[in-house]
Design a protein around this ligand. Structure first.
Ligand SMILES: Cc1cc2nc3c(=O)[nH]c(=O)nc-3n(C[C@H](O)[C@H](O)[C@H](O)COP(=O)(O)O)c2cc1C
Length: 145
């Protein structure tokens, strides 16, 4: 479908959770990250990807047209499933302009930050409100600088 001029100028972000397929290896995770960073650098998409306990939590930000296009790819991607949207919103400015995709690994330090925003010991962003997910990701991204 043709991209309208107005779509290309509206900055949005989308946050979702999904479950990695059971046989996801570190190599496969690395390939996903590389693919995300390469494509996003070309498409003007930025964001953050958190992976822990076999669950992805990702925010992507960019033009509304690009973000909608990527959503279709993500839903069709066989490397994860059970994709649920936590939030989509229009932005005045990007939260992560420096990162084509900032990866946040599961570490001890990060576990304490997950717990700060969670009711459960295990990282389970399916249970997070959009606001908590946003605050969690802001705090985690500061750790990665
Ligand atoms: C958890 C997860 C996160 C992903 N994040 C991105 C992303 O940020 N950008 C992107 O282009 N592709 C991302 N992908 C890959 C897309 O689902 C899709 O495979 C890719 O965009 C297709 O790229 P291609 O058209 O160059 O083959 C992600 C995949 C997974 C499983």
């Amino acid at each position: 479908m043709a991209q309208t001029t107005s779509d290309a100028h509206i900055l949005v972000s989308m946050t979702y959770v999904s479950r990695a397929n059971q046989d996801m290896s570190p190599k496969e995770l690395g390939e996903i990250l590389q693919q995300a960073q390469d494509n996003n650098a070309t498409n003007g998409i930025t964001g953050i990807l958190i992976f822990n306990n076999s669950i992805f939590l990702q925010t992507i930000e960019g033009s509304r047209a690009q973000i909608n296009r990527l959503l279709y790819s993500l839903i069709a991607d066989q490397r994860h499933h059970d994709l649920q949207l936590l939030e989509t919103r229009e932005l005045e400015y990007r939260e992560w302009p420096k990162w084509s995709m900032n990866y946040v690994p599961p570490t001890k330090e990060n576990a304490a930050i997950y717990l700060k925003y969670s009711t459960t010991i295990d990282f389970n962003p399916y249970l997070l409100s959009a606001g908590s997910a946003r605050d969690l990701m802001s705090e985690l991204s500061i750790q990665q600088i």
